[in-house]
Each structure stands twice: as C-alpha cells, then as structure tokens.
Write a protein that binds this ligand. Structure first.
Ligand code: ADP
Length: 653
C-alpha cells in the first residue's frame, strides 16, 4: 500500500515557483546562501530548545554540503530542529505572510530581482534556480518519524514517510543539466567562504583528498568533510580583524538584502552590563516600513544563543528600520517578551544602542554627505516621529533633520544650523510652509511677503511634518513659524500702514464675512501677501489642507476645520473691489467676485471644491464680461470677401 500523499501548492507559491524555475537570472548561486541560512536558522532553533530539553543538546550542530556526481545531486544537510509532517506541508507549501505576493509584485514592477527572494520569506524556493527537482528529507527533533517531501515545481508536491537516523533536514537538489558546475566541491567551497563565512556553525563540505600512498602507487582519492568557514559569530570577533566585506556579507546573511548596508556600527560594551552586537542601516527602506504589520527589531542572542528575531524592545520605534544582532550576557536565557518589557537590563541596552545609532548617523552626515541625503530620503519621516514619541532624544534628533526650502535646489537639503547661518539680520523666526509637494510649497501665496524680505522658508511636505514641527517647538531659541498659520507677525514698522489699510477695507471685510458666512472662521486683512489678492490660513490648532485630505482618505465622515480668509488690501484688484463696494454696498457683482477669490484660495491650498460647476459658471461669466469689454474696445473686423465657388466639377449633388 502506498502512503504517498499529494498536496497542491498554495496558488501564490506556484506563482513564485514558476517565476523561479523559468528565471534567466544569472546570479543563480544565491540558492546556496538561502539554503545555508535556513539550515543555520534550524540549528539556532534546536540550540534554543536544547536549553530546556537536554536530550536534544547532545548532538553536534553542523551543516554538511556534499555532491553526488553520479546522481547529479547536491545536498545541504543540517542537524537542526527538522520538521514534522504538518510543518513540512505548511512551511514548504504555503506562505506564512504576504511575502510571496509582495515578491511577485516587486519583480513584476521591476523593483528588484531574484536576489530579493529571501527578503520576502520565500528563500527556500530559490533551490529551483538550479534544480528541477528538490527532495527534502527531514525528521523533527524529539520525534521518531522521518518524512520525504518532493516536488518538480509543478502545482503539487508529495510527502511520504521515511526512515531517518538523526533529526534535522537534508535538502537534495537534482541539478538541472546546465547547472552541474555546483557538483564541484571547489566551487561550493568558494561560495561558502564568500557568502557564509560568518555562519556560527561549522559548514563541512565534502572534498576529495588524495592520499599519496606508497611511492610509485597511484594516489587514491578519499572523500572527507572539511570545515570551510570560521564558525565564530562575527560580533564576537575583534573589530580590528573584520573587513568591510565581512560586515557586508554578514549583513546580507542576516537580512537577505543583496545591497550592502548604508552604514553599520559594531559595539562591544563591557562594565556593569555586557553586551555586543552590530547594527546596520539598510540602503533601502523595507516596503512595509509604515505598515502596522511591519515586523521590526533586531535579532536577540543571550550568551551566544539565538533567542528571537525582530526583538523590538531594544530600540525606540523611530529607529525601527535598523537591522542587526544584539548579544547580551546579562539577560536570562529563558527571557520572554514580558520580561523584556520591564527589564532594567533592556532599558540600559536600549539607551546605549540609541546613543550608538545617533553617533553613527552623525558620522554619516559629517563624512558622507551624499549617503546621508539618501539616508534622509529613505528614513527622514521615521526619524521625525521621534520628536514626538521620544522627547528625551530631541537634542540628538534635531541636528539630523533636513528640509528642502526656498533656497535649496530640487535635490538639495538644508539643516536647521545651515538655515540659521543664512538668516538675514532682523529675522526673528524660522519659517516653514506645510504643503503636499515642493511645487505647491514653492508657489504658495503665503510666502510672498517672506520672500520679499529675503527670508528662507522650509518646505514641510511629509504627512508627518505638521505633527513633527509641534514636537520641535523652537530651534536654538528661534521659534518655528508657520507661513500659513494664523499668528503671523512679520513687521513692527508696517503696523501703522496696516491700521490705515484696515479702516479703508473694513466695510468690504464685513461684506465678505456676510457672503462667506459659515464657510470661514474669519475674514481679515493679510500681512503675508504681496502679489496675490487673497489666501486662506489655518487657525491655531487647525490642520493644513493636505493633512486634512489624508484624514479624509482614512477616516470616513471626517469634517475639516474652517479657515481664515485673508485679503491683500494693497492689491489693485482688491482696491477696485473696494471702490465698487463703496459706491454700491449691496452690489451682487462684488458678492460674486469675493466668492471667486475665496474659491481660488481654496484651489491654491490644494483643497477640493464642493461645487466645481458653480465655480466654472462664475468664471465663465467673468470671462464673458471681460471678453465683451475687450471686443467693444477693438476695431470692428473688415468685411470679408465671399470666397469663390470651387471650380472643379467633383462636387456631388
Ligand atoms: P523563511 O526562511 O524566510 O521563512 P523559506 O522559504 O526559506 O522562508 O523557508 C520557509 C520555512 O520552511 C522556514 O520558515 C522554516 O520553517 C522551514 N524550513 C526551511 N528550511 C528548513 C530547514 N533546513 N530546517 C527546518 N525548517 C526549514
């Protein structure tokens, strides 16, 4: 009786398999890194269980790699935890999270290539880059039952029972005809030293050794296992002995990223508390950095034993993009999430790590300006969260902040220190404008009076900026002032002029209040405009238009706050309006013009109109009247001669 079961792959897995098996990707050797990494994880898990289940702790923890020339197979075998029948079916037939979908999308959208496979949690399937059939022979630690999983990467795989002497897993790759180079032990050695040297378990590769034998005899080849990696955790080694290449390879092993990290910091802290580790800043932010489901945090080891991935208790949330390893000598081996949450040791480590990250970022900003710009573009918005969530770190965050401004080019960024350097005499605040994009910021009417005075204005275009800037408050005693905000006091000298203008347009302002009614919080004379006739400003405590749009998109039924409508008393248009209003206080035309000005101000802050067709009608009426006046002032067109009828006879009747 056959006991072979056939299972279908989950649809997304099939899709990944199809992509992999047909891939023309030339860097196929990544499969070895992925499979060795899985083997190393399996050994980590066994070592951890061995802490409490002593019977599991007696066998050697190792990885073996060997080829069988005749069978055309390459095997990667570990003495790790192995898998039960159900784990096998689940782990190698379905995907735990949205990884495969994200991977497929990334490939389809050209956002990466095959090398990303491990990052999306589907690294095992990279085996099919070089194999057309894979067998997985496994026995779970603590169980007697062995299992053989096998698949030719079609839509299904089989599982059947088998005898297996030891717990652990062997992945047997039946190499494709054109991938037989991976049978060479020399090749495997070379790849292991390049990509997997930092694995902390021995990797033993089977090689042929020639015994010279007696003189005159043919040397006889013998197959022996030889350890090809160093087998010591990288972070335990002295910094002076580690090359940049080794750090980069270790990072790639840890994260499955193919790009080297942007920066790293290796620390060995001794004293009252002892811990070591390495932290890395990935070149590119993860695709789910802002998602609630984002798993983040560093890997935690206690006295060299792997404890958990994604330990987020070790770093504040605004540093969640860091990857790396922390190995503590002081935490208990049976540490749980609950213990982590209120442990003085963890608080100490967290503080130290945060400090080291700031040191690393300061250095990056100082020594590698270009890389810092790319860092800021990727992670700036996350760092800014810290202004609110971790006020104790504010002093360290502020020097890291960068902004585009009316002075920087499209790609340039300025720090607050540089801004302050450039401030002309007499400027008493740092000005910023909150907008959806640089373009909207640059053309915002709110900047007019500031530009005229030669004041630089920072652009805040990240959704988080409105919130972050409140956390910032002041910079070296200079207040940060919102160019679109309600309190705006630019000039003492202009006060008198303003009082005069106020009396001049007082009645027009009253009329505007009547006309706009509930739509605005107030109408008043503006100090911030020079070339625009009017604008809308945000009352204190209110949200900016583009932030309100975000709220609207995420919170159904969200009602935005009212704005203050400001008019520019010196603008010729407003002056004319004021004259017409003076002559005819109830003029319906004035009412319409005020409405049009208000609607334009809404458009210019990027808001949506409740009734666009009404605006179109109003503008059409204005255009018609202007065109009519212009036509009346133009000379009448000369009478045109009637064109002669065509001479050809092709016209049909
Ligand atoms: P990831 O390792 O990112 O979860 P993979 O596709 O590489 O994704 O592997 C899927 C799962 O299969 C792993 O999470 C693990 O549970 C299991 N697995 C793979 N290789 C081994 C192995 N050598 N020993 C035990 N389990 C393994």
């Amino acid at each position: 009786m056959t006991t072979t079961e056939t299972h279908r792959f989950e649809a997304e897995v099939s899709q990944v398999l199809r992509l992999v098996i047909n891939s023309l990707y030339s860097n196929k050797e990544i499969f070895l890194r992925e499979l060795i990494s899985n083997a190393s994880d399996a050994l980590d898990k066994l070592k951890y269980r061995g802490l409490t289940e002593h019977s599991l702790a007696k066998d050697a923890l190792e990885i073996r790699v060997y080829a069988d020339e005749d069978a055309g197979t390459l095997t990667i075998e570990d003495t790790g935890v192995g898998m039960t029948h159900d784990e096998l079916v689940k782990n190698l037939g379905t995907v735990a999270h949205s990884g495969s979908k994200a991977f497929i999308d990334a490939l389809a959208e050209g956002r990466g290539d095959m090398q990303l496979i491990g990052q999306f949690g589907v690294g095992f399937y990279s085996a099919y880059l070089v194999a057309d059939r894979v067998d997985v022979l496994t026995r779970a630690a603590g169980s007697e039952a062995g299992w053989r999983w096998s698949s030719e990467a079609s839509d299904s795989f089989t599982v059947e029972p088998m005898e297996r002497e030891q717990h652990g897993t062997a992945v047997v790759l039946h190499l494709k005809e054109d991938q037989r180079e991976y049978l060479s032990s020399w090749k495997i050695r070379q790849l292991v030293t390049r990509y997997s040297d930092y694995i902390s378990y021995p990797i033993n590769v089977r090689v042929e050794k020639f015994d010279a034998g007696e003189e005159g005899e043919e040397p006889t080849p013998e197959l022996v296992f030889e350890q090809v990696n160093r087998g010591v955790a990288l972070w335990q080694r002295s910094r002076a002995d580690i090359t940049t290449d080794e750090y980069e390879e270790f990072y790639k092993h840890l994260t499955h990223d193919w790009d080297p990290p942007l920066a790293y910091s290796h620390f060995q802290v001794e004293g009252r508390q002892m811990f070591t580790g390495v932290l890395f800043v990935p070149k590119r932010p993860p695709f789910d950095l802002y998602s609630h489901e984002h798993q983040h945090g560093v890997r935690l080891h206690v006295k060299r034993v792997f404890i958990m991935d994604e330990c987020k208790e070790l770093l504040p949330s605004f540093l969640r993009f860091l990857r790396g390893v922390v190995d503590s000598d002081d935490l208990p081996l049976n540490v749980s999430r609950e213990i982590l949450q209120d442990s003085a040791t963890v608080r100490f480590i967290k503080k130290q790590l945060t400090k080291r990250v700031f040191d690393m970022l300061d250095e990056l900003a100082k020594d590698r300006a270009e890389d810092y710009v790319s860092f800021w573009k990727g992670y700036g918005a996350v760092i800014k969260e810290g202004l609110h969530t971790n006020p104790e770190s504010k002093d360290r965050i502020v020097p890291l902040l960068r902004f585009r401004s009316t002075v920087t080019g499209e790609d340039g960024l300025t720090s607050l220190a540089e801004y302050k350097e450039r401030m002309p005499e007499g400027q008493k605040a740092i000005y910023y404008v909150i907008a959806e994009s640089d373009r909207a910021a640059r053309t915002s009417p709110h900047l007019e009076a500031l530009s005229k005075k030669g004041y630089e204005v920072l652009f805040m275009t990240d959704p988080i900026d409105e919130w972050a800037v409140q956390g910032l408050g002041t910079y070296e005693e200079l207040p940060l002032e919102d160019a679109m905000g309600a309190t705006f006091d630019l000039d003492d000298e202009a006060k008198e002029e303003r009082a005069a203008a106020e009396t001049r347009v007082a009645s027009l302002i009253e009329r505007a209040k009547e006309i706009l009614g509930e739509r605005v919080q107030d109408v008043r004379l503006s100090e911030r405009l020079t070339s625009s006739p009017a604008c809308l400003v945000v009352p204190e405590g209110g949200h900016h238009a583009h932030v309100e749009r975000l709220f609207r998109a995420t919170q159904p039924g969200y009602v935005g706050g009212k704005r203050i409508f400001e008019i520019n008393g010196d603008h010729p248009l407003v002056e004319d309006l004021n004259r017409v209003h003076g002559a005819s206080p109830d003029s319906p035309q004035v009412a319409e013009w005020i409405e049009v000005l208000y609607t334009q101000a809404l458009l210019s802050e990027g808001s949506r109109l409740d009734d666009p067709s009404r605006f179109v009608e109003q503008v059409t009426r204005l255009l018609a009247s202007a065109a009519h006046d212009a036509a009346a002032a133009s000379p009448a067109p000369a009478e045109e001669a009637t064109p002669e009828s065509p001479s050809g006879s092709g016209a049909s009747a």
